[in-house]
Each structure stands twice: as C-alpha cells, then as structure tokens.
Write a protein that binds this ligand. Sequence first.
Ligand SMILES: NC(=O)c1ccc[n+]([C@@H]2O[C@H](COP(=O)([O-])OP(=O)(O)OC[C@H]3O[C@@H](n4cnc5c(N)ncnc54)[C@H](O)[C@@H]3O)[C@@H](O)[C@H]2O)c1
Length: 332
Amino acid sequence: MSTNSSIDWRQLHGNAFTGARVLVTGGAGFIGSHLVEAFSALGATTVVLDDLSGGDQANINPFANVEFHQGSILDETLLARCMRGCRYVLHQAALGSVPGSVAEPRRYHDVNINGTFNVLEAARAAGVQRLTFAASSAAYGDSEVLPKIETMATSAKSPYAAQKIAAEAMLQAWSGSLGLDTVCLRYFNIFGPRQNANSAYAAVIAAFAKAVIAGKNPVIFGDGQQSRDFTYVANAVHANLLALRQTAPLGGTVINVACGQRVTVNELAELCLKILNRPDLKPQYQAERAGDVKHSVAQMDKAQRLLNYNPIVNFSDGLAPTLKWYQQVLGQ
Ligand SMILES: NC(=O)c1ccc[n+]([C@@H]2O[C@H](COP(=O)([O-])OP(=O)(O)OC[C@H]3O[C@@H](n4cnc5c(N)ncnc54)[C@H](O)[C@@H]3O)[C@@H](O)[C@H]2O)c1
C-alpha cells in the first residue's frame, strides 16, 4: 500500500538519484520500505536484502524498480552479490527491540554487530560511494539532559543500545582508515504506516493503535510521563536522501534525525483515543520495562548545518494518517 504518496520526492530531491542503484538492507521492514518507496519515485533501482524476520515482502510489492533478495546480512556471498554496482547503501537491517535484546542478547549481537561488520566489508569491497546507518537515540541512555546533542557521552542501557553504539564506532573506523564514507543517522522514535503492530515488541504508537482498534485499553509501561521525540517516517527518509547527496565526506559522523518536539506517552495515548474516537477507553498502567529510557528529545542543529535537514512532516500531521492506515489494515 502506497502511503507516502502525498510527499513529492522529486520536488525535494530532483534528479539526484535517477538511474542510481542502491542497496537497502532490511528494505522490506518499516523504515526500509519507505526508503524503497522514495527511491522508486525518484527513478532509482533499489536492491533489497531482507530475511523477513521482521519485515514483509508485501511492504515493497507496490513499488517499481525493486530487486528483492530474501536472505540475511550474515550471508557474505549473498551480500557481495547484492552490493554489486551499488552507488549507495542504506543499512537498516537489524533486530530492533530493546526488550528483545535483553531476552536474546546473543542473537541480537550476531545480527546487529556481525551483520553490520559484513555490510561494511562488502560495501568497501564493492567501492560504494556512501553508506548511511540506522543508528538510534537509545545511544543517549537515560541521561536527564535535554535536548540530546550528538556531543553528549553515550550510555548503553540495553544490549540493543550497546550494539547501536558499537556499530557507530565501526562506521567511524571504516571511514577513518578503510576508505568507506559513512554516516550514522540517530533516529528518534520513528513512526508511520507499515510499522509492525503484531510484534510482541511493537513500538508504542503501533501498539496503541492495535489495542484501541481492537476496543482494548492502551497499555502504558511506567507512569506515562516519559517523553519521546516521535518522528514521522518521511522525515527519516528525507534525512537519508540528504545525507547521500552531500558532496563533502561525512566521515562516520553522528547526526540526530528527529522532529524536535517533546510528547509524553500519556499525551500520545490521549491523542490516539481522540483521533480513533474511543472516549470509552482509558490507558492501563503496567510496570516500567527494563532498559527503557525516561526522556528523549533531539537537538537538530547538526542535521540542519551538515545536511540542510528540517522535518517535512510534524508529529500531529503524521499521526492522523498513521492511525488511519492501522484502521485499514487491522480491520474496522
Ligand atoms: N523504528 C524506530 O523508531 C527506530 C529508531 C531507531 C533506530 N531504528 C533502526 O532502524 C532500522 C529499521 O527499523 P524498523 O523500525 O524499520 O524495523 P523493522 O523490523 O521493520 O525493519 C528491520 C528489517 O530488517 C530485517 N532484518 C532483520 N534481521 C535481518 C538479517 N539478519 N538480514 C537481513 N534483514 C534482516 C527485518 O526483516 C526487517 O524487515 C533498524 O536498524 C532499527 O534498529 C529504528
């Protein structure tokens, strides 16, 4: 289902990607499929490597000029084949759940660390021009300092966060001494259509949508005063495209990708109930989850300075179409 159709990628990025061949690892997932959609609109050919452990081929079926390979970034032979002729790599494949990483640290380590190593090595061997990496705001830990600025010390509160921080260091090393230009885009709570609501570890907006559409109370872990910089997915796509278009080397630098707006989980729940018109439902509070951070809002000066990035869709403008999409796919 095409859902970014309201965004005119051509107007934003012109012919910058026309005829380019790009690899999106994890391209059948939520964010990856939105990258694929934009590249398709921009006249690029996208190679997707995804093992479908979290994604779904249906996410990318509607889009033109896509070569799909079902397989893992742990398969070096397949990776080398996918990488051939690619100008850019957008490394999105990962196991992405904080509680999942607490439950299965080794499996997460294999994909998020060893898999990232494989992607970097394959990109270097293929002479890729630039690689963008789906880094995470989880790297900031639960520091009370707001907003989060890229110069702050990192702090890993979960295996997932540790793996994202380690991967950033790997990207910097591959840029510093192995000749591959890279950039770490630290995503802040990305949401939008195609985000999986059926996973046991669904992100909060997806989980709220699923519960409310099924007529159940949304579950909040903790007191709901935790805040997030919820970022509509088109903004993450835009930041990736801007990063690829930069003429100066980016050298593995870390850049926040967010909306710059602080919203509490209580406010989010209230807004979801309002948009979905369920005044009869109320949030249900459960114990805080291990590894969850309390507050998160980004400073975006660096993204503006280095990438000329500004969000193209704000929080509430992104929430309404997202909830409408969940209503369509989850029934009603
Ligand atoms: N959604 C967010 O808010 C957010 C925030 C920060 C960072 N990120 C990062 O962004 C990236 C994309 O996240 P998403 O939200 O789209 O999640 P997602 O689960 O929808 O996408 C990840 C994709 O990677 C694929 N994958 C997993 N293991 C693989 C493997 N071994 N080989 C090939 N493919 C594999 C999955 O099948 C899935 O399609 C991830 O790296 C995630 O850690 C996401």
